[in-house]
Ligand binder design. Sequence first.
Ligand code: HEC
Length: 99
Amino acid sequence: MLFKRISFFLLCILTSSISFAVLYVPTTADAAAQNVNLDYLNQGRLLYTKTCSSCHTIHLPSEYTKMQWALTMNKMQKRAKITDEQKEMIFRYLITKAK
Ligand code: HEC
C-alpha cells in the first residue's frame, strides 16, 4: 500500500517534469520577433506552467491559433486569478509557437 502510494507520487513528479521539459523553450529570435526580451518570454513560460496547470494538463502552444489563445486567455484569466500583466506575459509566450 505504502509502496503504491510512493510510486504514484514519483510518477506524478516524473510526468510533470517531463511535460515541463517538453514545453517549447523560447529563443532570442522569438523575443526579437515580438519586441520583448528573452527573459520576458521565459517568465511567461514559467507562469504558464505554474498558474495554468492546476485544473487541467497544460495545452501545448501549437494547439491553438493566436486568435484562439487571445480568447482563451480572456476566459482563463479569471479562473487562474492572474493580473493583466501576467496574462500578457503568458500570452506572449504562447503565441511564439501558436498554430
Ligand atoms: C480554476 C481552474 C482553471 C484554471 C486555473 C485554468 N483553467 Fe483552463 N480550463 C478550465 C476548464 C474547466 C476548462 C474546460 C472548458 C471550459 O469550461 O471553459 C478549461 C479549458 C482550457 C482550454 C481548452 C480550450 C477551451 O476554452 O475549452 C485551454 C486552452 C485552457 N483552459 C487554458 C488555460 C490557461 C492558459 C490557463 C492559465 C491562464 C488556464 N487554462 C487555467 C479550468 C481552468
